[in-house]
Design a protein around this ligand. Structure first.
Ligand SMILES: C[S@@+](CC[C@H](N)C(=O)[O-])C[C@H]1O[C@@H](n2cnc3c(N)ncnc32)[C@H](O)[C@@H]1O
Length: 325
């Protein structure tokens, strides 16, 4: 479960409290219909619906991606967040990057920047935040930062704009470029395109893939059978629950992601790419391994330590003992 920091969820609740609940419910519904039809945030109601219904999910996805690459974040001092929306990623970065000093946020919608500033005030102090109104598709060079993030944004760009932004984002990333997209077939396809584009430029993959060659899931995706994605459970906030009327108090957000570096990096032997199946006396794991193969292994209770690890393993974790199949 990835829960919003209390000071952020309180700030969201205070912002939404004066709103008419029926209107918020309609706006949440309309926003989700718009996303399904490739239309995006336009009105004040959409912005409010975003912080009620979508922000906790994108926060949760980015927070979980940061957990997957924790050792790489220990010395990060600067972060550039492209298409920042209201800046929820900066909150996740504060939790995950102990040395972080400054965050630059590029966002084209000035009202989202205002709302982000309102939610944040000085709550991220001593982080130095620079909120910049900026259209990513017209900026020739992005400023250098240790880490560059593009979270739930590629989906809103045309294919040509996507490559334009990826090219500049990668050039601006001194240590890491992190992409996160919805865990839909379409989201995965944007990650797959980015993966090919960036590895052709020499980028080294850190996660989720254990190797830089072809993605073994890509042929399955082309046949409409599968796509690479992960899942994070997030609690629904007070107003999201009210807007959804009686829905569960949590939801599972599916996401696809890619983390690359311009520098050589060690990669794991394999990653668990589906929810582990825990049976009586054994666990079944679906892996993507460093030989660009998909494999299913069974870890039996008789394997002792290995079994205990498999029993505790989660979808998305690295797996080092895959030779035990
Ligand atoms: C779905 S929201 C994601 C916001 C945030 N990154 C998150 O993870 O919650 C997509 C954001 O990208 C911004 N965006 C889309 N195209 C953009 C562009 N060309 N330049 C700057 N921002 C852009 C939108 O205004 C919106 O705030």
């Amino acid at each position: 479960m990835e829960t919003l920091p209390l000071d952020l969820s309180n700030a969201i609740d205070r912002t939404l409290a004066p709103l008419n609940l029926d209107q918020l419910r309609n706006d949440c519904f309309e926003l989700s219909q718009r996303y399904a039809n490739h239309k995006f945030i336009e009105t004040e109601g959409h912005r409010q619906a975003y912080i009620a219904a979508r922000l906790p999910a994108t926060y949760g996805a980015t927070r979980q991606v940061f957990r997957r690459i924790e050792p790489y974040l220990a010395n990060v001092k600067s972060l550039l967040d492209l298409g920042s929306g209201v800046g929820s990623l900066a909150w996740a970065a504060r939790e995950a990057m102990p040395q972080l000093q400054r965050v630059t946020l590029f966002e084209k919608d000035v009202e989202l920047l205002r709302l982000g500033q309102h939610l944040t005030e000085d709550r991220l102090f001593p982080l130095q935040l620079s909120w910049c109104r900026d259209d990513l598709t017209t900026e020739e060079i992005y400023p250098l930062h240790n880490v560059v993030t593009v979270s739930y944004v590629l989906n809103e760009l045309s294919p040509k704009e996507r490559l334009f932004v990826l090219d500049r984002a990668y050039s601006a990333a001194e240590k890491l470029l992190i992409l996160v997209e919805p865990g839909t077939p379409e989201g995965y396809s944007h990650i797959l395109t980015a993966r090919q584009f960036l590895t052709e430029r020499g980028a080294r993959i850190i996660a989720p893939c254990p190797q830089n060659g072809l993605c073994p899931i890509a042929p399955l995706y082309k046949e409409g059978k599968d796509w690479c994605h992960f899942s994070v459970r997030i609690p629904r906030g007070k107003y999201h629950r009210r807007a959804k009327q009686g829905a569960l108090p949590y939801e599972n957000e599916k996401y696809s992601y890619l983390v690359v570096s311009p520098l050589p990096q060690p990669t794991p032997k394999a990653r668990i790419i589906k929810a582990p199946m825990r049976k009586t006396g054994h666990v079944i794991l679906d892996l993507c391994n460093d030989k660009a193969e998909l494999e299913r292994i069974t870890v039996a209770k008789s394997e002792g330590e290995n079994y205990l690890r498999a029993r505790d393993a989660e979808w998305g974790d690295e797996w080092e003992n895959y030779s035990h199949s």
